[in-house]
Structures are given as C-alpha cells and as structure tokens.
Write a protein that binds this ligand. Structure first.
Ligand code: ZN
Length: 644
C-alpha cells in the first residue's frame, strides 16, 4: 500500500483530526473481511448510547445543531457561523457538550444572541431556555466527571449514570449489593443507571435489549448475528453468542461468562470489543461507557509481544514489589499487536493506543487477560508528528533529541506493550481486599501501577535478551519522554489555573513529580533553566529506574491492601496540583508551535463489493471521507435513540 494517504484531516479548537491506515486489510480472506464489516456495523450502531451516557441532553443538542447546520440558509462565511461550526465539531468529537478529556463544558465562540438568530431562522420549537443554559451557562451541567475531593462527586457530575442520587446513596446502594466473601463478584452497576424514584427508593435502569437504549442495542445484536456467520472458529462464535445473550438479558453473570470466553479466545485473526467497558466516565468507577473497537492481528509485530508475554512469570517474579503481592502463577497474558479497523463509542474519535481487558480482578487472576497495542494508531500519531518542532522546543540537548529519533517510536510502543500486557495483569490483592476499596482514586492508581511496571522493566537487560530492544541506551528515550511529559509537556492540555483530573494525566504527573521530589537532593533528575526556558535534565538513568521501582512497590502495596488513605494522599499530593509559573511557560512555548494538544481519528469506510449476480466478492476500504462528512453520515445512518 502506498504511504501517500493524507494523515491530517481537520483542525479546530484544541483538536487535530487524523486518518489512520489499516495495513494488511486488503490481504485478509473474504471471510475475515466480512467479519470485520459486520462487526464494524455493530460498532457504529451503538454511537448514540455514549452521547446519552455522557449527559442526558447530548443527543438533543447534537441533533438540534445538526439540523441548523444542514438547513440554515444564511451567510456561512461570517465569524459567528464559523464559530458555530467549530462548536458542532467539538460536540461531535467529545460525544457531547463536555470536553472529551478534561470533562468540563466547553463554551461556544459565538454570542448567545446568534444562537437565537439560527433558531429563529430554522423554526426551532424546542426548549430555548434549556438550550441556552446548556451552551452558555458555565455552572449548569458544568462537569461530566467531577473528581474534586470534598464535593459530592455523583451529584455534581453531569454524566447520565445517576439521576437524583447522592454519592453516599450510591456508595451505600452498591456496598449493600457487594459481598466481600464472594470470590467471583459481578461488576455491580456496570450496565445500568442508578435512579431515585418519587418515593425515595433507588433502582437500576438496565441498558439492554428491551430496556434502556433498546433500539441501539437491538441494532448491535442484529449486526452481531450477521457477523457470527463469518467467525473463524467455534470459540469466536461462542463469544458473539454470549455477548448477544448479555445484551438481551443485561445479566452481569453472562457478561462475566462472555469476558472469560473472550479472554480465552486467542486463536483468531480478527477480534473486537463491544460493550459497556471502561469506567473512567463515572467518578465512582462503576458505570461502563459504551465503546467498540474492531481489529485484527498484526502478525509481524505480534512476535514482539509474544516474546514478552511468554516471559510473564519471569517479570512477575522479578517485579520490585513485596513478594506477598506477586502472583504465584501468572495466568495466560495473551498479548498481541493489532491494527484497528474501526473505532467507535468511547474510543472514537479519540482512542487509546493500548487496551487490556477484562477489567474484573477475579477474571484476570483466574483466566488472565488480553492485551493489545494499536500499532496502526501509534503509527499515525508518529507520522503526523514528524517535523512539528516539538522536540526542538522542549528537549534540552541534541543527544536527548537524537535518542528520541533513534528509539522513540520503538520504546513508546514497547512501554505500551509492557503497560498493557504485563503491568495491568501483574500483582494480586490480599485475601479480603475489596477491588473497589480505592474508590475515586482507583483508576489513577491502577494506571500508575501499570505505567511504573512498564518503566521499570523497559530498562531491564532481559528485554535485550528477548530481542525486543536493541541495546542498553534505548530505554533512556522513553524515560526522558515520560518524565518530560509528566513534569511539563502534558500540561499543554490544561487551561491555566485548572487542575489535573483525568486518570492517565494524574498518573503521569504522580510518577514524574514523586520521582522528581525524591531525586531532587542528589540531582538524579533536574529542571534547569537557561535562555529563559525550563528544561528537563536526567543525570542518572540507573537511579531513576530504582526510584520507579520503589514507587511501584508502594502503589502495589496500596492496591493489594486496599489502603485508601495512602492512595488518596499520593494522588492529592503529587497528581492534582499544577505549578502555575511552569504551566504558563509551557503553554506559551507550546502556543508558538501552533499544534493541537488533542488528536482523534476518522474511520475508513467499508463497502461491500458485489458481482453481476449480486454475490459479495470483496469488501472495499476507502480512506477519503472527511471529518464533517463522516459525522453527518453517522448521524444519518446510525441514529437509533430518540432525544429528550
Ligand atoms: Zn492502562
């Protein structure tokens, strides 16, 4: 395949939209292509669910704005209309009115009176006052996920996971459901909204066929059934069957059965996730945001992760943690490198670069987990960043930069491999420790643990032995990148004066700040200033590795013992607050580069190709669809939920 596809697609607000290639799709068998095709349809069918989960008014807002965008006949060249268009693009990108990452509400760049002009001209008959409040009132539905310590995190979060419920009521409700002696607890609350009835009682509204989101889920089921005709083996067919059964019943035991079957199914080329999976959108980390990714194995690159995962027990035995917290027997970590074929729901347009599932601790302990690195996505990021001036601005020396150029992509991918394939799966809870003990700090601490595991072992000679890293210099590229990002450059995503909230960003700063503080006295790591600019300098990479190991030991202890207070202290001390002077400097230097701090992707388009008799002969992949065209087409073809 040629490399001339245009990676840059669109640019607005703090967003850049890219395109990713799907190398190897053309060479798949027709059956695999058809499997991907139908799974992709199942992925796109769930689109509206996430909009509604993110905020109960999102679908209504989106559809109102789309109607204006498509029908308004006024002058489209004015600054106000351009700002309106940007706002709509942001709503698409975030699956709602809150920033996809920072989770605060973003503000339109056009005046409120202009909204009235548009509404008048398009004969809008809905609730104007509500629409105005949603777009312009900064205090109304201010934050999708509020993690501010001391606030009622449930009542003050604008997501649609709870209705009329306080944090204490939600905690009480789920504590009452959980049985700490049950070795196989279901993920209570994962697929439902908790609501308070008029009489004050609490009940769950379950997301399932025949329940909430029924029409979208019905469509997902229909496409899964079609996909099931093209499965590669019996185990894969069983996975789809269990997923359909789960969507029909909403039964969380069935979800666990599905998760186990999915984890154990490692023989097929094509794979997918589809469901209520990650819980970052819920301040209590219980409710799953809907997402789907369809993918297939990158055979060449998978040899790399297979070498790592086949040594999983060696890594576990050599992890720098208290031996009591090590897994005696690491259960099948199956790691593979994949190419994403479609991104949907919570993984679209912004997407993770690595995934490790399932999330249930007991399933991971007994059945292992599946870990993937999304190679074609990382490649697209890498290609799009070529020559953008970032390293020239923020790296101190030519030596730091040349390490980045020589090893940066490899060690970044490898860190992701280690994070996903070994990090999340490592360690064990002490008997009797509740998997929910860390509450609102759980997501951040779990990411911290996985990142540290990856950082620690990235510098291990064992990786050279395994042939996945070329020499003992390479890891330094990732150490420098990680520390620079955690101490400084990730702040480009945060407006001045705000704090860190997102789990991964908190995790990176926790690690970098903690290490920096420990290292300050003997200058293992320094922030130096010259030419009016702050630079990271790492003087002792070996010692830095030791510090990563020490912090890993402490984070593992916190998780294994469920030490909520210690976890809270670490997060609140290192992961939340930002040095305002350094923040301002980083923002100014970054602004000079004219880059977008957030990126996402448009999907390719898959079309069935038929011969004269109407038989399907191929599935064509096309990369030419633009961002707005894709969003409008998805709205036309995959709008299955009605609005408020
Ligand atoms: Zn992770």
């Amino acid at each position: 395949m040629n490399d001339t596809i245009q990676y840059h697609v669109d640019r607005f607000a703090d967003i850049e939209v890219l395109r990713y290639r799907v190398p190897g799709f053309e060479d798949l068998s027709l059956r695999d292509k058809l499997l991907i095709y139908h799974l992709s349809e199942a992925a796109l069918a769930g689109r509206d669910i996430l909009f509604d989960q993110n905020c109960r008014y999102n679908l209504w807002v989106r559809q109102t704005l789309e109607h204006i965008y498509l029908t308004w006949s006024g002058d489209r060249q004015t600054a106000d209309f351009q700002a309106f268009e940007t706002y709509l693009k942001r709503v698409w990108f975030s699956s709602g009115i809150h920033h996809h990452y920072a989770t605060n509400k973003f503000t339109p760049g056009f005046p409120a009176a202009y909204l009235d002009t548009l509404l008048n001209d398009t004969r809008f008959e809905g609730d104007r006052q509500l629409l105005h409040r949603l777009l312009f009132d900064p205090d109304f539905m201010a934050k999708r996920v509020n993690l501010q310590a001391g606030d009622d995190l449930v009542a003050t979060s604008a997501n649609h996971f709870y209705e009329g419920v306080t944090q204490q009521e939600a905690l009480d409700y789920y504590t009452a459901l959980s049985d700490s002696t049950d070795p196989h607890p279901v993920s209570h609350g994962l697929n439902s909204r908790l609501e308070k009835a008029a009489d004050g009682s609490l009940h769950e509204v379950v997301w399932k066929d025949g329940g909430e989101y029924s029409r979208a889920i019905g469509e997902i089921i229909r496409h899964l059934e079609q996909a099931s005709a093209y499965t590669e083996n019996e185990a894969q067919r069983k996975v789809i069957e269990l997923l359909i059964a789960y969507y029909r019943t909403g039964d969380l035991h069935t979800f666990d059965a599905y998760s186990i079957a999915w984890t154990q199914e490692t023989g097929s080329r094509v794979d997918f996730i589809n469901g209520f999976i990650e819980t970052y959108g819920d301040p209590l980390s219980l409710k799953g945001s809907w997402e789907s990714i369809v993918n297939f194995k990158n055979l060449e690159a998978t040899r790399r992760t297979e070498r790592i995962s086949s040594s999983a027990q060696w890594f576990e035995d050599h992890s720098p943690i208290d031996p009591r917290f090590r897994k005696k027997e690491v259960k099948g970590v199956s790691a593979k490198v994949i190419n994403a074929a479609i991104l949907a729901g919570d993984s679209y347009p912004a997407t993770p670069i690595g995934i490790n599932l399932p999330n249930a601790d007991w399933i991971r302990a007994e059945y292992g987990s599946k870990s993937v690195t999304l190679e074609n996505i990382m490649q697209a990021y890498d290609k799009a960043a070529e020559g953008n001036g970032f390293a020239e601005e923020f790296y101190e020396t030519e030596e730091d930069r040349s390490r980045l150029h020589q090893y940066g992509f490899l060690t970044d991918v490898l860190h992701t491999d280690l994070h996903e394939c070994l990090g999340h799966g490592s360690g064990q809870l002490l008997p009797g420790t509740s998997p929910d003990a860390l509450q609102s700090y759980a997501s951040c601490l779990e990411e911290t643990r996985a990142d540290l595991f990856g950082l620690y072992f990235l510098a291990d000679p064992e990786l050279i032995e395994l042939g996945v890293i070329p020499d003992s210099e390479a890891y330094k590229a990732e150490y420098y990148r990680f520390m620079l990002n955690g101490l400084m450059t990730q702040l480009v995503r945060i407006p001045l004066g705000e704090e860190l909230e997102e789990a991964h960003m908190r995790n990176r700063q926790l690690i970098a700040r903690w290490v920096y503080e420990q290292a300050a006295s003997d200058q293992v790591v320094e922030l130096v200033r010259h030419d009016g600019k702050t630079y990271l300098r790492i003087n002792d990479y070996e010692r830095l590795r030791t510090l990563f190991g020490r912090l890993l030991a402490e984070i593992q202890r916190i998780k294994s013992e469920g030490d909520y207070e210690a976890g809270k202290r670490l997060v609140e001390t290192y992961a939340v607050k930002i040095d305002p002077v350094l923040h301002q400097e980083v923002l100014e230097r970054y602004a000079g580069l004219h880059l977008a701090p957030y990126k996402g992707f448009v999907n390719p388009v898959y079309t069935l190709v038929r011969d004269a008799q109407g038989r399907i002969t191929d599935v064509r992949i096309d990369y030419s669809e633009g961002y707005t065209d894709q969003m409008l087409r998805y709205a036309r073809e995959y709008s299955f939920l009605t609005t408020k």
